[in-house]
Design a protein around this ligand. Structure first.
Ligand code: NAP
Length: 300
């Protein structure tokens, strides 16, 4: 149970509702910032504006998956108000206050560092990233279906990267009957791709390997789908780039060549916000519980 814990949930999308539900069930008291347009009321949760919150009493702050943007703004789909997280706000919290987000950026890292607080990035945990790859892949399949006039079955699919998302993506498209090849740069990844029953290629050969691609799925957060790569793609190729913003595709060049290229962020939040929220809620409740137990042990 999280009895006695005061947590600020700042911004986010429908995934945050599962977190709110779970934490209120566990008896935490919540300040919801950026939720004034949300119709639903949760017992134990109060909607507040950022400047109304007494941060001196906040034990933990939960940000959306994306954290903040480079100006500190927190995305709030249940509010029209601009919510900006600053170093000043974090400095008002107790020293032990922990900030949770999915991913981070230089702005968020810097204000956390300057205020000497702790940031936990949930998506850097393997378990969260692997669970989250499930709705991500379902979203990728949805996009492939929506934006092509041919079946996935029998298509040539090129997946770039064999990380948590790349592996799940390659497996799912292979299971749907596509001819899947996966590009990676590590020899152990090339071995794993072979073991999975799909075709490996080294990323140094990417320009030559993409020539027969119907759908190119990029999971690498680095400019890998360059103009040189795009110039070799058949004109009907669909590029689905799921890597974090700004993606790994030269979108300008793709447009110039008339190749459809889609940056597809936050797929779990779009196709399965409930499941994606539950994944986060489960791990967050465990981390908060551990934090509370530690603090009680130290008498804080
Ligand atoms: P991951 O496990 O870290 O995998 C990233 C992959 O990219 C690895 O195979 C890595 O290979 C490769 N890579 C990184 N930098 C590279 C470079 N410079 N050159 C070649 N390969 C490189 O990450 P993940 O969990 O699969 O997530 C992949 C991306 O998707 C991330 O940007 C993540 O934020 C994003 N994501 C998006 C959604 C969505 O809804 N759109 C959902 C979940 C995740 P090495 O091991 O060789 O470095």
């Amino acid at each position: 149970m999280l009895t006695g814990m005061q947590i600020a949930i700042i911004g986010g999308d429908a995934r945050q509702l599962e977190i709110i539900r779970k934490l209120t069930e566990l008896d935490a008291r919540l300040s919801l910032i950026g939720f004034e347009q949300l119709d639903h009321a949760f017992t134990g949760a109060v909607k507040e504006k950022l400047d109304e919150v007494d941060f001196a009493n906040i034990d933990a702050i939960i940000l959306p998956v994306a954290g903040t943007n480079q100006e500190g703004q927190v995305e709030t789909i249940f509010s029209n108000e601009k919510v900006v997280l600053t170093e000043d706000i974090l400095s008002k919290t107790p020293e032990y206050c922990t900030i949770y987000s999915g991913i981070s950026n230089s702005y968020l890292n810097e204000i956390v560092k300057q205020s000497k607080r702790t940031l936990i990035q949930l998506f850097s945990r393997d378990d969260v990233a692997i669970y989250n790859s499930i709705p991500t892949v379902e979203g990728t399949i949805m996009m492939a279906i929506q934006h092509t006039d041919f079946t996935i079955h029998g298509s040539n699919i090129t997946v770039l990267g064999l990380g948590r998302c790349g592996m799940s993506t390659a497996r799912a498209f292979h299971a749907l009957g596509a001819k899947v090849k996966v590009g990676a740069r590590k020899s152990e990844h090339l071995a794993r791709i072979t073991e999975m029953g799909v075709t490996p290629f080294h990323l140094s050969n990417i320009v030559k390997e993409v020539a027969d691609t119907d759908i190119l799925i990029n999971t690498i957060p680095y400019q890998i789908v360059s103009a040189a790569v795009i110039s070799k793609l058949p004109p009907h190729t669909l590029i689905i780039d799921i890597a974090s913003k700004p993606g790994g595709t030269d979108f300008r060049y793709a447009e110039k060549r008339g190749i459809k290229a889609l940056l597809a962020p936050s797929l779990p939040g779009i196709v399965a916000p409930k499941t994606a929220g539950q994944i986060l809620a489960d791990v967050l409740s465990q981390l908060l519980q551990d934090d509370l137990t530690n603090r009680k042990g130290k008498g804080k």
